[in-house]
Write a protein that binds this ligand. Sequence first.
Ligand SMILES: Cc1cc2nc3c(=O)[nH]c(=O)nc-3n(C[C@H](O)[C@H](O)[C@H](O)COP(=O)(O)OP(=O)(O)OC[C@H]3O[C@@H](n4cnc5c(N)ncnc54)[C@H](O)[C@@H]3O)c2cc1C
Length: 428
Amino acid sequence: MSTTGGAEELIESALGDGQGSAGDGPAFSMALTQDQEDVRDWVHGFAEATVRPAAAEWDEREETPWPVIAEAAQIGLYGYEGLAQFWFDESGLMMPIVNEELFWGDAGIGLSIMGTSLAVAAIFGQGTPEQSAEWIPQCFGAPDDPRVAAFCSSEPDAGSDVSAIRTTARYDEANDEWVLNGQKAWATNGGIAAVHVVIASVDRELGSRGHAAFVIPPGTKGCEQGAKVRKHGLRASHTADVHLDDCRVPGSCLLGGKEKLDERVARAREGKRAKSQAAMQTFETSRPTVGAQALGIARAAYEYALDYAKERVQFGRPIIENQAIAFTLANMKLEIDAARLLVWRAAWMGRNGIRFENAEGSMSKLKAGEVAVWATERAMQVLGGNGYTREYPVERMHRDAKIYDIFEGTAEIQRLVISRAISGMHVR
Ligand SMILES: Cc1cc2nc3c(=O)[nH]c(=O)nc-3n(C[C@H](O)[C@H](O)[C@H](O)COP(=O)(O)OP(=O)(O)OC[C@H]3O[C@@H](n4cnc5c(N)ncnc54)[C@H](O)[C@@H]3O)c2cc1C
């Protein structure tokens, strides 16, 4: 076979039927399934018709948008059945797709709807199947009476340094109860949640290897909301301290069960390596989803800025006819699409049990978070003075975006995780 003939064959097969080399089905495809497209369009419709029009109001009110959560519950977007449907999509892409579309509508309202899923991820990831069946539905309540859930790991002196958690859990053997004491900080839905999932230490000397996750059932005495946090952005999402004061929960509220915890603690005391840590496990699985939320904000700001740049006339021509503006928009589109590829890769890996050898989960969240902060700032620039006012949504989008550099691991911590993963060294 001549070289030319080989090349022709290759090109032909590449352009031909879109199938893999041996005609045995696509080896790789970037196309969404019909189901994924349908769900994307359905969530987009809700975001456009219900979330966007309510965004400015709830941002100003700084209150949980219960009526919007109720609407999401009524259409099946908020609830354990919906979440299970998104989660069980084998490609892993449904969660990022849903989150991107919802947060394209508005991030504050988006987090009020999706904040529950962090507690759910902890229960699902660390609990037994029986515990998942008991507690996950209670996190959501019923469509006509929706509830939210909170995941409480951070404390005033334990943010990035999760090992510094001071909240304790003591086992009262006589009553088969756990007694929790401590203060949690910045908990999304903290104090207003039906179900709180709390990370506490059963042995402070073991640092994060002595941590365990507990479900605090609705109405448990000794679990109270502390100060509500007034924030720069995401103001429709409730954030508050949570106080645990001799808070007693049944022994069955320890996620994963006591036998498993005892084994893990015994291994840690012997100096053996832990397989996983309670809070870290939850964050690892949720990072691509959080990245997708940032993407939703970035895309919303980009689209708004693009439309504006075509309409706004200065010097007798639309401002997009200036390369400075057009290139800014081109770069925004480029960065958003690049970030999405990282998010989808990590989501696919996570769903298919492929190890994050190079901290791909952290990469996805880091990139999407930084793109969201940068793209929303650029969008304000494209809008000029209007971009700086509350009359235009990009100002809110920029305030909302900043948290994606901070929560679920700051940008610095993500870089630390990536550096350690790629080098195998204990980078500090
Ligand atoms: C709106 C909002 C919602 C939140 N929701 C939740 C929630 O639902 N549940 C929950 O548990 N927590 C929640 N948090 C807390 C959040 O996860 C923490 O704020 C975050 O982990 C950072 O911790 P910190 O604020 O204590 O910052 P610090 O850890 O004090 O960090 C301060 C700065 O120092 C840097 N830094 C720290 N250590 C290092 C290091 N080793 N190397 C390099 N730089 C370093 C950080 O990157 C950061 O820039 C929320 C926070 C906010 C603001």
